[in-house]
Design a binder for this molecule. Structure first.
Ligand SMILES: [Zn+2]
Length: 454
């Protein structure tokens, strides 16, 4: 059995793992590279595999760094099924067309303003490609055997990361592998703690926060302090948030804070075209999160939804304190860019980052204290206060990952540490080796390893 790492090596983006057993070829996750330009350029290069020869795609969750390459895979000839949980499928029906739309808009914008080297600039894929990918989705229930033929079976276990997120255990005649996907936190306001997959010879383990510890602060208290600080000086709070997961968590925390009057009753706007549908998806899958129907409704009612482009632009002209939650979470695209262009130069404003900021993104630059960021081809000065809502992470930190590994109740023969920037991945590798005494390594991009079986 062979495993090839086609992404999420040295980076948290581009997750793609090719598992080959006998004549079977399975791709686990199919994400976009984001962040540094040299990473993003990989999205444009052909994969070192024939998409038409793949038997199946197994998807851990809906985030684009795990799913956003699917439209291109389908356009390049993949014609089989994409297996994912029902919640993930619902989220993808919102995310993939939106991703295509953003790519189309970016290309249009680049053509209009002439800042692309390519004439004309073309999108990586378009809405038609996204539509074709959606038609290939097949639902897999959690904890149910998925028979992929030729003795290959898969089983999805809850990962606690975002709605529908799973870890996937694949069993073949030659051995077994668990792909951790993104691992959630033991005490998340919205999600149940990560589950325990069955034993496997090989574990592919994420390491986003492998070298860090989340502060032991209550996310509600951290958010209240940020909003109150900005509101007290009459400033606007711009919250770049992943449209799926972090946006809902921020809304839920705001709903709770407002209910107990811990923050002023300032207007809150959710400016993401997919926001309303994503909230509805939470309500449709009550088993996949911790909120009751009433709590889902409160979360949905915590903000005014901004749907039209006109209303989105009008927001920038509003005066006085307000909170604007908008995608994307690392400010790599989307409507939040227009708000950052408007409010980043305002010293009264606050930019509140809510999730992991991958190197090379505007979010990472803001976090590092950049004095200006480039938006739509021009430099925008940053005078607003920049904060990171550290307690609101959707990823387990190093200690939480080690705790989860101890709870597994089985020991893999080898651990491959992926989905982390180099320092994070290597620190987690050391910890796995020293604290658990399990052989662990950090694979390279496009590296292929032979997996020893049982
Ligand atoms: Zn994720």
């Amino acid at each position: 059995m062979r495993l090839t790492f086609l992404g999420a090596t040295g980076t948290v983006t581009g997750s793609k793992y090719l598992l080959e057993s006998g004549a079977r070829k399975i791709l686990v996750d199919c994400g976009l590279f984001q962040g540094y330009k040299q990473l993003r350029l990989r999205n444009w290069r052909p994969l070192p595999l024939d998409p038409a020869a793949l038997d199946a795609v197994l998807l851990t969750h809906a985030h684009l760094d795990h799913s956003g390459y699917l439209p291109l895979l389908v356009r390049s000839g993949f014609g089989r099924k994409i297996h994912c949980t029902a919640s993930t499928a619902d989220l993808l029906r919102v995310l993939l067309p939106d991703s295509a739309h953003l790519l189309e808009e970016e290309a249009l914008h680049a053509n209009r303003h002439g800042y692309s080297k390519h004439r004309p600039a073309l999108p990586l894929y378009d809405r038609h490609d996204a539509e074709l990918a959606l038609r290939a989705l097949a639902n897999v229930p959690f904890q149910t055997d998925l028979d992929l033929g030729d003795g290959v079976h898969a089983r999805y276990t809850r990962a606690g990361h975002i709605l529908g997120a799973a870890m996937i255990r694949v069993q073949t005649a030659e051995g077994s592998v668990v792909f951790s996907g993104d691992i959630g936190r033991p005490l998340d306001p919205l999600m149940e703690p990560p589950g325990i997959p069955g034993p496997a010879d090989t574990l592919v383990l994420e390491s986003t926060y492998g070298n860090r510890r989340h502060p032991a602060v209550d996310p509600e208290a951290e958010l209240a302090d940020a909003i109150n600080t900005a509101v007290a000086r009459g400033g606007v709070v711009v919250v770049p948030a992943f449209a799926v997961g972090r946006a809902q968590m921020v809304l839920w925390l705001i709903a709770r804070l407002k209910a107990r009057r811990a923050i002023a009753d300032v207007p809150v706007f959710l400016n993401s075209p997919m926001a309303e549908s994503v909230t509805a998806i939470y309500a449709r899958h009550p088993d996949d999160h911790r909120l009751s129907a009433a709590e889902c409704a409160a979360m949905g009612a915590a903000a005014h939804y901004v749907t039209s482009v006109e209303d989105s632009k009008a927001l920038n002209l509003r005066h006085g304190p307000m909170v604007i939650v908008s995608a994307s979470g690392m400010a790599t695209g989307g409507r939040v860019l227009h708000h950052l262009a408007q409010f980043a130069p305002d010293p009264k404003a606050m930019i509140l980052l809510t999730g992991f900021q991958s190197g090379g993104t505007r979010g990472a630059a803001l976090l590092a204290g950049a004095s200006s960021i480039k938006i739509h081809g021009r430099q925008v000065p940053v005078r607003a206060e920049v904060r990171q809502l550290e307690s609101a992470s959707a990823h387990a930190d190093g200690d939480e990952i080690i705790d989860w590994l101890r709870r597994l109740g089985w020991a893999p023969r080898r651990v491959y540490i992926t989905h982390g920037e180099p320092a994070a991945a290597d620190r987690l590798r050391q910890r796995v080796q020293e604290e658990l005494r399990w052989p662990a390594e950090v694979p390279d991009y496009r590296e292929t390893v032979e997996l020893g079986g049982g």
